[in-house]
Ligand binder design. Structure first.
Ligand SMILES: NC(=O)C1=CN([C@@H]2O[C@H](COP(=O)(O)OP(=O)(O)OC[C@H]3O[C@@H](n4cnc5c(N)ncnc54)[C@H](O)[C@@H]3O)[C@@H](O)[C@H]2O)C=CC1
Ligand SMILES: O=C(O)C(=O)CO
Length: 354
């Protein structure tokens, strides 16, 4: 087992030992735990991604509940160690839980929580930012400016794509996909085509009502369509944003065949999970189609990019920051603490947790 790693301790005399593998924004989550008789231990090791061995050392011989991160591998080894340490609750500080083996948690009697909802708008806003940056070549133009290359206005300088009146395609129209769709429809009057396993009834109603509003005001109404296949979205849309969960059905959902049917000047955005795109195939597609642009928040082998991606001018890349607003990150931390309290510490029954 790895040597014990550095910890910051809150409320040392608390009855329940709760561990957080990272420091998280805000003070509310700390207060919630310490006010509810928890001894909170926050790992302060500077290592960005903790290994399974590091986390085993954090769990130790006694741990009632633990808050972990999406970069960590939560499987049988950790859940059985948590069970042996007397723990019954784990919360991921994320909505995505593809890093968590829920069946292993169930086998070991560990309740699992995630933090949906508080990051919906923040993540959708970042997807919208990536869409605009890619469509209007913001990063390329910024680099050009800083390199002192600007000699004056030119008719062909950094010509990009107009969004208004174009079609936005959303794959995975859940909380974030629907919020993104609304931003693009309301903000840029785009038409919608979406693909999801389930019907996005509220989104459809919104687009219908907004279309009627535009028409009543003498403007071109926006439209929506639920696609029968993902291929329909890829063929028809000018902008495609990916928002599904990552599981077996969405792994490499964007592959060479599907890239080939997209419009040559399409914009593809991914703020879901990296492995939803076959990143090597994407690099080849970007090389062969300079007018095809992508905005990526997530990568197949984070923190790395596949060879060649960093050289592509038609790619905008940011380091998994889609949920990085202060309000959201504090909300995620608060939800994670509540998950541990609500799932595990039954003795708090009847207490006001918020
Ligand atoms: N980049 C970032 O920082 C963030 C990334 N995420 C990612 O976004 C994902 C979505 O989050 P939410 O919208 O809150 O979840 P959600 O559960 O509301 O939406 C996911 C949608 O994907 C759909 N879906 C599942 N399998 C599909 C398939 N094979 N084809 C098409 N659609 C499919 C579901 O039916 C659902 O509507 C998370 O699982 C997470 O991985 C979430 C937050 C921040
Ligand atoms: O919540 C998630 O799933 C993330 O990716 C973190 O923002």
């Amino acid at each position: 087992m790895a040597k014990p790693i550095s910890m910051e301790v809150w409320n040392p005399s608390g009855k329940y030992r709760v561990v957080s593998t990272k420091s998280m924004p805000g003070a509310r989550w700390i207060r919630l735990l310490t006010d509810n008789d928890c001894r909170l231990e926050i790992c302060t090791d500077p290592k960005t991604i903790l290994s399974v061995d590091d986390i085993l050392a954090l769990i130790g011989d006694r741990c009632d509940g633990i808050i972990g991160q999406l970069t960590e591998d939560w499987g049988e080894v950790l859940f059985s160690a948590l069970k042996r340490a007397g723990g019954t609750a784990f919360s991921n500080m994320a909505v995505g839980y593809n890093n968590v083996d829920v069946e292993a948690a169930n086998r070991n009697g560990i309740a699992v929580g995630n933090t949906p909802g508080v990051l919906t708008e923040t993540t959708a806003e970042l997807a919208a930012s990536l869409t605009l940056s890619a469509a209007r070549r913001i990063v390329e133009a910024d680099q050009f400016m800083r390199a002192g290359l600007y000699e004056g206005w030119l008719p062909h300088l950094f010509v990009g794509n107009l969004l208004k009146g174009q079609t936005v395609g959303v794959i995975g129209a859940g909380r974030i996909g629907s919020a993104y769709a609304r931003m693009m429809i309301e903000g840029f009057k785009m038409n919608l085509i979406y693909y999801d396993l389930y019907q996005a009834t509220r989104l459809e109603k919104f687009v219908t009502a907004y279309g009627q509003f535009l028409k009543a005001n003498g403007e071109q109404p926006v439209t929506w369509k639920r696609a029968a296949t993902m291929e329909d979205v890829l063929r028809e849309a000018d902008v495609i944003s990916l928002h599904p969960v990552l599981d077996k059905t969405t792994y490499h959902l964007i592959n060479p065949e599907r890239l080939a049917i997209m419009k040559k000047e399409a914009v593809l955005v991914n703020a879901s999970r990296g492995p939803v795109i076959d990143e090597l195939a994407l690099v080849e597609h970007l090389k062969a189609n300079p007018m095809f642009r992508v905005g990526l928040d997530v990568f197949e082998d984070e923190p790395y990019m596949k060879p060649g991606l960093a050289d592509m001018k038609n790619a905008v890349v940011v380091p998994h920051i889609a949920s990085a607003s202060k309000w959201t990150r504090e909300g995620m931390a608060t939800l994670a603490a509540l998950n541990v309290l609500a799932c595990h510490l039954q003795s708090f029954r009847g207490q006001q947790l918020i």
